[in-house]
Design a protein around this ligand. Structure first.
Ligand code: DCP
Ligand code: MG
Length: 400
């Protein structure tokens, strides 16, 4: 009997979506150049491939056949994929397969912008989101009342309304299945996977379709005669553990049976909020006392604003000084209650400052508030500590 049989049943209430944008970079480019719709288009060029706009307004695009260099394709439209051109392929190689395909340069700023737009649109409908990168997210829909199909459609519609772009979404019992499923009906897919679909739709797929079975593992599996997810599901637990180690061997079998109890990692809770600034010119605590005082107060005000905007208070107030020789010193103190006001932060930070000998020029000053508690979530309840928010700023100082 497989090792998975002893595991508890997955809670039927879980509904996890995986959403992945279709041909993401290429689709963003098509918003800008709609005349390229329906054509094989490849994204991967640099400035030299920037389209030229002629006097009559017509645009002239670079073609793959004209490319010389060592660039790599980031993505391609589905029309280009039909010609055998894919992500990570060298552009010169792609040019041999699809010489007439259009080549466009990458514009990460535009892709980041559309990434934020689609994520914000989804967050309005379903706030439990795990961010998996520029074009994919997991969404936990378990707490929502609506019909699964309707929810999926509503999310797709919201993404399209916010961006003009299509995405593929799968809703399943867990992240592992949802991730596999969102690829099944691409592009513009809407896939619902139920327990019955495991043997019918998942088992025939190659083992490498499981997120976590990379090229090396799938090669080793193939050597052992295991090609499909179904083959893996039928494999002996001891055999797998013997070849892949206890932990990975167990995981392989569980994954092939569609078992995955990982929760979404939705938290983006900061563990501290800070502001720091590097001066244009080094400043001396005595000679530039007034300027430094102004900067110090401004940093405290900015941190207080950040705290309020994000609805946090903090108990630990700290400072950071970096001297001209790059020696860095920090001091902090912890208050009995959490605060978020600029005066309180300034007072506490001033106390910290008194504990540093100020006899040399400084190049950086920073103020940090930590031991955060979320105001919305009730008094002084510490949020999970995960990452730091640091706002850095360089500003010009008119030193007289
Ligand atoms: N990307 C990249 N290099 C790769 C793979 C991807 O730069 N080797 C970039 C370009 C893609 C984006 O990441 O547009 C998202 O990757 P996907 O794997 O989701 O690919 P696409 O969104 O382009 O296509 P699909 O419709 O298959 O999701
Ligand atoms: Mg994608």
């Amino acid at each position: 009997m497989p090792a998975t049989a002893a595991r508890p049943e997955e809670s039927p209430a879980r509904r996890i979506a995986h959403l992945d944008m279709d041909a993401f970079y290429a689709s963003v480019e098509l918003l800008r150049y709609p005349e390229l719709r329906g054509l094989p288009v490849v994204i991967g060029g640099s400035r030299a491939q920037q389209p030229l706009t002629l006097a009559d307004g017509e645009r002239r695009f670079a073609r793959l056949r004209d490319y010389a260099g060592r660039g790599v394709i980031t993505t391609a439209t589905y029309e280009a994929r039909a010609l055998g051109v894919f992500s990570a392929m060298g552009i010169m190689k792609a040019a041999r397969l699809a010489p007439e395909a259009i080549l466009l340069p990458v514009d990460f700023a535009a892709y980041r912008h559309y990434s934020q737009l689609f994520k914000a649109a989804v967050a309005k409908l379903a706030p439990q989101i795990e961010d998996r990168g520029i074009d994919e997210i997991y969404i936990d829909l378990s707490a929502l009342a609506d019909d699964t199909q309707m929810l999926a459609q509503r999310i797709k519609d919201a993404v399209r309304a916010a961006t003009g772009l299509s995405c593929s979404i799968c809703i399943a019992a867990n992240k592992l299945l949802a991730k596999i499923g969102s690829d099944l009906d691409k592009p513009d897919g809407l896939t619902l996977l139920t327990a019955d679909d495991l043997t019918r739709r998942i088992w025939p797929l190659p083992a490498r379709k499981i997120n976590g079975i990379g090229p090396k593992a799938s090669e080793r599996l193939a050597v052992l005669g295991i090609h499909s997810i179904g083959d893996l599901a039928q494999a002996d637990a001891g055999f797998l553990q013997q070849h892949f180690g206890r932990s990975y061997g167990r995981w392989l079998l569980a994954a092939a049976h569609g078992i995955d109890e990982r929760p979404l990692s939705t938290s983006s809770e900061p563990k501290s909020i800070s502001r720091e600034t590097t001066f244009e010119h080094d400043l001396h605590p005595r000679d530039d006392r007034q300027i430094l005082g102004g900067i110090f107060t401004a940093l405290c005000t900015q941190v207080a604003d950040d705290l309020r905007r994000k609805a946090y208070r903090g108990r630990t107030i700290g400072i950071k000084l970096r001297f001209a020789d790059f020696q860095t010193v920090t001091r902090d103190l912890t208050l009995p209650t959490a605060i978020d006001d600029a005066q309180g932060i300034r007072r506490a930070a001033g106390e910290c400052l008194r504990r540093v000998p100020l006899d040399r020029k400084l190049r950086l000053l920073g103020v940090r508030v930590s031991t955060l508690s979320g105001r919305r979530a009730g008094k002084d309840r510490a949020p999970p500590l995960q990452r730091e928010l640091v706002f850095t700023e360089s500003r010009e100082l008119g030193v007289d």
